[in-house]
Design a protein around this ligand. Structure first.
Ligand SMILES: Cc1ncc(COP(=O)(O)O)c(C=O)c1O
Length: 486
């Protein structure tokens, strides 16, 4: 067991700066000398001094043999992984690297349908032929969570040709599946299992949080250190859990996908975030859990609002709950989540993580200030009080559409000739865009699928109620790209 207090990369950066070398190399700002003073004054000198590249003694992310290697080994040990890779382009690149290093072009691959768009990017980049796992719907909160065990077993049984399975767990709201079960089932059926755990980089460090896919023995797991821990934006990790994955292929795949000039600020942040968690993670997370639990309790005393907690676990669509995610169901006060988020922004100076039709979501992390939570709750009390006695104009949203028929594989539709049609006229046409109402970020149409009436109704409803239809070229979201008919 190594000393997890160590921060080899951060230490090496500090030692390098202390040498005060005559620098004649990238980055062009030359340790901040070339930076405009307004930015330098605002950011502080150390940011620029630390913005190094592969100089003497600082190793190289894509071929680590020194302090980067050591920092990654410490991370692997802290997380209980066989190997860990630091990522400087978020879990986006992690998802792509997992898929591109395990599936060859034209392979069939089993993927959870409500996955992040980076997974779809990998399907297109590697010309893969997906088989979808449909997720269950949490009917109370109106979002999708994870595929049922029955669906999982059926897809594995029906598709022995697909050697790789990709799951996304937990969902954005921290709702988690019985991940150990899925890993065990996939392995006993002779499949590799890759998990997008972008929202679970903290799970391993506290026993009251859902099980991490790394601990469950998944073959590869991606986590966004910047989402739920103290990494800088774009920092993530990719952990390998088994020998079913070719470590060298993963490394060379990352070399193809990531910048050849990785930011050493990001690598330093990863080194220190790992140390912080390994040394003090449990206490830091306990504080975050206590803060969120207390907030939930207080929100549940506000008439019209409901903040669900762990009491909902072990149901069909909710196996476990990340207690640090603070979801508030708001539709009973007659406003959409989108409207509440806007009011919080404009009238109360409170910025939350996201909203959807029925809910708002606040993140409570190891860095959350109690005053911020208090401001959030006081604002909610005020908003709910002002709504009392007012009528609601909310209509019920159409159901989340089922998975449409796949006429072409995503890469075929992506490269096909396209034309633009009005959303309402697209029914029966083959869609050429990945349309993802954000939040919650679940794709409604994937390139190659037949557009259905249900999908159009859902997208129009979401658009008209304030969701951003991501992936659609038309800025007004009234037109959609479809495959041109011959
Ligand atoms: C489930 C999931 N996977 C992957 C990503 C991409 O992560 P990153 O922002 O670290 O690239 C996100 C981003 O929101 C996500 O929610």
């Amino acid at each position: 067991m190594r000393d997890q207090n160590r921060t080899p990369f951060f230490d090496a950066v500090q030692s390098y700066i202390a040498k005060n070398r005559a620098g004649l190399h990238m980055p062009g700002h030359m340790a901040g000398q070339g930076v405009h003073k307004r930015l330098k004054e605002f950011w502080g000198e150390n940011v620029f001094l630390s913005d190094l590249t592969e100089v003497e003694g600082l190793d190289y992310l894509h071929r680590p043999i020194g302090v980067v290697k050591e920092a990654q080994e410490l991370a692997a040990e802290a997380y209980g992984a066989r190997d860990s890779f630091f990522l400087v382009n978020g879990s986006t690149v992690g998802n792509q690297a997992m898929i591109l290093s395990t599936c060859a072009p034209n392979d069939r691959v089993i993927v959870q349908r409500n996955s992040h768009r980076s997974m779809y990017g990998a399907l297109i980049l590697n010309e893969l032929r997906p088989i979808y796992l449909e997720a269950e719907e949490d009917r109370l909160l109106q979002f999708q969570t994870f595929p049922s065990k029955k669906t999982f077993a059926r897809i594995l049984r029906d598709h022995p040709e697909a050697k790789t399975v990709f799951l996304t767990n937990p969902n954005y709201f921290g709702i988690s599946a019985d991940i150990a079960y899925y890993v065990e089932k996939a392995h006993s059926a002779g499949r590799r299992i890759l998990v997008d755990e972008a929202h679970g980089s903290h799970f391993h460090f506290h026993p009251d949080l859902p099980t991490s896919a790394v601990d469950a023995g998944a073959d590869m797991v991606v986590q966004s250190t910047h989402k739920t821990l103290a990494g800088l934006t774009q920092t993530s990790m990719l952990h390998l859990g088994s020998r079913r994955v070719d470590r060298e292929l993963v490394r060379t795949t990352l070399t193809m996908l990531e910048s050849s000039s990785p930011s050493y600020l990001l690598i330093t942040a990863l080194d220190v975030a790992r140390m912080q968690m390994a040394v003090n993670g449990r206490d830091l997370l306990q504080r975050a859990i206590d803060l969120a639990e207390d907030a939930r309790h207080r929100i549940n005393t506000i008439e019209g609002l409901f903040a669900p907690g762990r009491e909902r676990s072990r149901s069909d669509a909710v196996y476990d709950v990340d207690l640090t995610k603070l979801t508030v169901h708001v539709s009973r006060i007659g406003l959409t989540g989108f409207q509440v988020e806007e009011i919080l922004n404009e009238d109360y100076n409170v910025e939350i993580e996201l909203s959807d039709l029925e809910n708002i979501l606040a993140f409570v992390t190891i860095g959350t200030r109690k005053e911020a939570v208090d401001a959030f709750i006081e604002a909610l009390e005020d908003i709910a009080r002002k709504r009392r006695g007012k009528s609601s104009s909310l209509t019920s949203p159409p159901p989340i559409p089922g998975i449409p028929e796949m006429v072409l594989f995503p890469f075929e539709a992506y490269y096909a000739k396209k034309e633009r049609v009005r959303m309402e006229d697209s029914v029966g046409r083959i869609v050429a865009e990945l349309v993802t109402p954000y939040p919650p970020g679940i794709p409604i149409t994937v390139p190659g699928e037949m557009m259905t009436k249900e999908s159009v109704e859902y997208m129009v409803y979401m658009r008209d109620h304030g969701a951003d239809l991501q992936g659609i070229q038309d800025k007004t979201a009234h037109y959609v790209q479809v495959v041109k008919e011959r």
